[in-house]
Design a protein around this ligand. Structure first.
Ligand SMILES: Cc1ncc(COP(=O)(O)O)c(C=O)c1O
Length: 395
């Protein structure tokens, strides 16, 4: 017999480690850009599982690709080759312009690989163990120890110190603050090409181009974390492509698998410092998740997902600008493509909860920011619907 929603919540709270304050909703299934809870209540989804479900729920062809691979072979270990892995890697190379791919299970593991690649790159040059990484304040790169160490949020780090050594923090969009930290030990500069968790901050062109130049002048590797802003979300396949620069290392996850756990770090031939024995993963990029990623990359190309983001992202931007102008409760509006945020003059918890009651899912970021990271397939009518609900909740 089906239990009540509250019974499942109680059961979960009893069994799970309490690391999340979850919303009191038990989700059951999804369709398109809508989610449904256990009681059949429908929600317009402007969170997409935190920027994961780029193609929404049950996009034509996606489920079949995953199911077909389940029937064939789910896992091989990385000791063997398989068709889905080779295909996904080749498509990711093409989409990103990078030369080499290492598949992981998550975003945080992609960051670990990027850090190891940078450290080894520098070690190969001078054999020293004192290399430094410059990261950004208010950044987010994940929860494992290496990724946490380059995350510019003291609150997340404090109980787990010491962090890995040699990480310094600069101000995002302040090239001089980065330049001031560069010395002969610096092996990498890591940043989110667009800061997501920190409150949706877009990088200025002069900043990104300046970082590329700074790295070139000093033989430092530029690592762009595209785990949240990559895979079409900003209106380019990868956000760095908006700036016409090429990083040395790129991290991807979230929308790469559109729901199955896969991430990757990609690098240029120059930054491909890792060799057999340096790094590994049992599950990472197994045939199942690579079949999903491979299909996702096909769909992006065939169905012009990026072009769609440009169109509907511009519309979302215009509508949020209008809303911002209408009320003093919104103090700022930022973002690009389908990653945007509005900053309120108070904590966004009440608005988020009211929105849920009215059938809209949005999430927060940074201080007082409501973040919009919907499936990339939303239409203008969904934007209108979202804005109408949001307006009522803010008023
Ligand atoms: C920019 C960025 N990097 C890294 C991560 C960590 O990814 P994961 O949660 O898959 O470990 C996230 C997750 O939100 C992220 O937004």
């Amino acid at each position: 017999m089906k239990k009540s929603k509250q019974a499942y919540i109680d059961e979960a709270e009893h069994a799970l480690l309490h690391t999340y304050n979850r919303f009191p909703i038990v989700l059951d299934h999804g369709e398109g850009v809508y989610l449904y809870d256990l009681d059949g209540k429908k929600y317009l989804d402007f969170a997409a599982g935190i920027a994961v479900f780029a193609l929404g729920y049950h996009y034509p062809g996606y489920d079949e690709a995953v199911k077909n691979q389940v029937d064939k072979l789910i896992h091989t270990s990385n000791l063997f080759y398989s068709v889905p892995v080779a295909e996904a890697a080749e498509k990711l190379k093409k989409a990103s312009g990078m030369d080499r791919v290492f598949f992981t299970n998550s975003g945080t593991e992609a960051i670990e690989g990027a850090i190891k690649s940078a450290r080894k790159y520098a070690w190969l040059k001078d054999g020293k163990h004192d290399h430094e990484i410059i990261a950004m304040k208010h950044s987010f790169h994940g929860r494992s120890m290496g990724a946490l160490s380059v995350t510019g949020n003291e609150h997340y780090q404090e109980p787990f110190k010491p962090m890995i050594g040699g990480v310094k923090f600069a101000e995002y969009n302040d090239l001089d603050s980065v330049r001031a930290l560069v010395n002969e030990k610096t092996c990498a500069i890591i940043l989110e090409t667009l800061q997501g968790e920190g409150g949706v901050y877009v990088a200025e062109e002069a900043f990104i181009k300046g970082l590329r130049q700074l790295c070139d002048e000093n033989d430092i590797l530029l690592i762009c974390d595209e785990i949240q802003c990559g895979m079409g979300r900003t209106g380019s396949m990868f956000c760095y492509q908006n700036y016409n620069i090429c990083p040395d290392i790129v991290t991807v996850a979230k929308a790469l698998g559109c729901g199955v756990p896969i991430g990757a770090f990609l690098c240029t031939e120059k930054a491909a410092s890792l060799t057999p024995g340096d790094h590994g993963t049992t599950y990472g990029g197994n045939p199942l998740v690579c079949a999903a990623a491979s299909k996702v990359l096909d769909i992006f190309e065939q169905d012009h997902i990026v072009e769609h983001v440009q169109e509907v992202g511009t519309y979302l931007y215009e509508e949020l600008e209008k809303l911002t102008a209408e009320t003093d409760k919104i103090v700022a509006h930022r973002g690009m493509g389908l990653i945007q945020g509005i900053e309120l003059n108070e904590a966004p918890g009440t608005v988020i909860q009211k929105a849920q009651e009215k059938g809209l899912i949005v999430i927060s970021a940074g201080n007082n920011v409501i973040r919009f990271v919907p499936p990339l397939i939303i239409q203008k009518e969904h934007v209108d619907k979202m804005i109408a609900i949001l307006k009522q909740c803010i008023e």
